[in-house]
Design a protein around this ligand. Structure first.
Ligand SMILES: NC(=O)c1ccc[n+]([C@@H]2O[C@H](COP(=O)([O-])OP(=O)(O)OC[C@H]3O[C@@H](n4cnc5c(N)ncnc54)[C@H](O)[C@@H]3O)[C@@H](O)[C@H]2O)c1
Length: 548
């Protein structure tokens, strides 16, 4: 029975049969021969997901000083039912990832169809052609309990398997560059030994050339630029690997304007990534306690944060939304905590790691408070959350992007559903909210956050709406969960008119101006917000005025 892989748009692709591998290698062989004839290096990118697909295109699009392409890139992806579809899509010149960056689609189309410097394959024997291999497979950190990251586990299998496959196939002088965010120590103490063992089994005497340089890519309108025009940190397992990785990165990235930082050892560049993301996670988590303080003491945390930002030394303080979200910040500190014990062999992790771990736990559960605010908002209007129609505006984790991975909105929806609310979703950037629609299998079977809540079955029927007027009609509460540009200047009169009457309004991200809050109260609405205690004062002012 043939197996199929289905793309997000529903197109079915048959998984290649055994006999198709020889045909595929002949196709690649011809392309590689032609590329070598033109003096190009061959780069194989393992994993064409969010990062790998765009990194592959950045490398394929790079040129020498005279504007000539110097690399031929082969994106390599496992032919699994979950991911195989990315290969035929890429080979049509279509991006296998959705991005708000207008540069992504044309760049992939240009490299595949015009410059012919990029192709994709399911056959890992392509590694035999590589001068450089770039590893962009995932390395997840799976949490077992909600709000306790210490019981989690690093999922190393994909990375370890990839390293084995690479070690069995690459030419001895090929450089392997790990870009995946890994638990510190992975490059030298997990990946390098795997490569060495594979080389020894092949009778190769030379040491494998292994380097590390993490991605700082940011979803959004500057996706490509955040790969190409951004500062990189790199390192190699030995001097030759370090020299080669510096040479490679200089040839594909804009290192003239964004100089490279070269570290002595991979554990240092690995740690850089984990510390920079833990730093961000910690500064956000720390504001959670001040957010609660503000709510209970008539203080608007938005104004506090803005007042602090004026100091250049504190200018990157940011208001914490319903959760931190995104693929990286909720997990990266976990990779560090886990590595300390499981790779580096220390037993006192719980004494050493107090802040990074607690920060992740706080960020992972902050969204639950939005559900209590929504409940209280409706209660103040004499309504109940059970059975109430509630619209959440924004499913993604960040403003003006369609990336829903680990978004705070998911936590809010799940908790409110557990409490009996009928949830509706609006997001201008999100086509499908797979975390809900495919919760049985996404992000992987048994990994959905649905496992932490009751009464979640109906959420697979929730669809993301694009028409705000339709979505809000008849709603008893609206949660402004993400500061997408569409929600910033929403006129309260219009919102109430579209809803068909006064409703509860819950602001999670400092979206509402004081005038808007005031107007909602004048229209008979109730308003609650994360970190905005001054709302009570506005409410009293409006009531006092109404009594006069
Ligand atoms: N997405 C981001 O915003 C972001 C930002 C910075 C860093 N990173 C890091 O980049 C890495 C990759 O993240 P992503 O978002 O691209 O993940 P992803 O899940 O979108 O992509 C990983 C890809 O690797 C493939 N893969 C897994 N095992 C494979 C194998 N053995 N051979 C070939 N392909 C294989 C998967 O099928 C998938 O397509 C992670 O370490 C992540 O932490 C991601």
């Amino acid at each position: 029975m043939p197996e199929y892989s289905i793309s997000p748009s529903g197109e079915k692709f048959r998984i290649p049969a055994e006999k198709e591998y020889a045909v595929e290698m002949r196709r690649l062989g011809k392309l590689v021969k032609a590329a070598r004839g033109e003096g190009k290096e061959i780069a194989v990118v393992m994993g064409v997901g969010f990062v790998g697909a765009v990194m592959a295109a950045v490398v394929a699009d790079s040129t020498d000083k005279r504007g000539r392409p110097t690399k031929f890139v082969i994106g390599c992806q496992r032919p699994s039912t979950r991911s195989y579809w990315k290969i035929p899509l890429l080979n049509r010149g279509l991006a296998p990832v959705r991005s708000e960056d207008p540069e992504v689609d044309p760049m992939i189309a240009r490299c595949v169809l015009e410059k012919k410097t990029l192709t994709a394959t399911f056959d890992s024997d392509a590694l035999g052609y590589a001068d450089i291999v770039i590893v962009d497979v995932q390395c997840d950190y799976t949490k077992v309990d909600l709000g306790n990251m210490r019981t989690g586990q690093t999922e190393m299998t994909a990375l370890e398997q990839t390293m084995r496959t690479i070690g069995q196939r690459i030419p001895p002088k090929c450089l392997v560059l790990i870009e995946t965010t890994v638990a510190p120590g992975t490059t030298e103490f997990v990946a390098w030994p795997i490569l060495k063992k594979a080389f020894a089994a092949r009778g190769l005497k030379s040491a494998p050339l292994l380097a590390h340089s993490f991605e700082r890519v940011m979803p959004g309108r500057d996706y490509v630029s955040s790969i190409r025009d951004f500062w990189r940190v790199c390192s190699g397992c030995n001097a030759e690997a370090r020299r080669r990785v510096v040479k490679f990165l200089k040839s594909v990235l804009n290192t003239a304007d964004y100089p490279l930082t070269v570290m002595d050892r991979p554990i240092e560049s690995e740690t850089t990534k984990i510390v920079e993301n833990s730093y961000r996670a910690t500064t956000l988590a720390f504001l959670n306690e001040w957010s609660l303080f503000a709510e209970r003491n008539g203080v608007d945390l938005v104004k506090v944060v803005n007042a602090i930002k004026v100091r250049p030394t504190h200018s990157n303080i940011i208001f914490p939304g319903p959760s931190i979200g995104g693929y990286c910040l909720p997990k990266d500190g976990g990779l560090g905590y886990w590595a300390y014990k499981h790779i580096l062999g220390f037993d006192d992790g719980d004494e050493v790691f107090k802040m990074s771990t607690r920060a992740i736990d706080i960020n992972d559960t902050r969204g639950l408070h939005v559900a209590t605010l929504t409940r209280d908002c409706l209660r103040n209007m004499g309504r109940h959350i059970a059975g109430a129609d509630v619209l959440i505006c924004g499913a993604s984790y960040r403003k003006d992007v369609g990336d829903t991975r680990y978004s705070g909105s998911e936590l809010v929806v799940r908790r409110l559903t557990e409490m009996g609310a009928e949830m509706r979703v609006h997001d201008p950037y999100v086509e499908h909210w797979y975390e809900l629609e495919k919760q049985d299998v996404y992000p992987a079977p048994g990994h959905s956050w649905s496992r932490f809540f009751h009464n979640q079955d109906g959420l697979s029927d929730v669809s993301v709406q694009k028409d705000l007027a339709k979505a809000i009609k008849g709603a008893e509460a609206v949660i402004l969960a993400v500061p997408h540009e569409h929600y910033i200047a929403l006129d309260p009169d219009r919102v109430v008119k579209m809803a068909g009457g006064p409703l509860g309004v819950i602001d999670c991200f400092g979206i509402l101006e004081d005038d808007q809050i005031r107007r909602y109260f004048e229209l008979g609405c109730e308003v609650k917000a994360l970190g905005r205690g001054h709302i009570q004062r506005i409410k009293e002012e409006v009531r006092k005025k109404a009594r006069k």
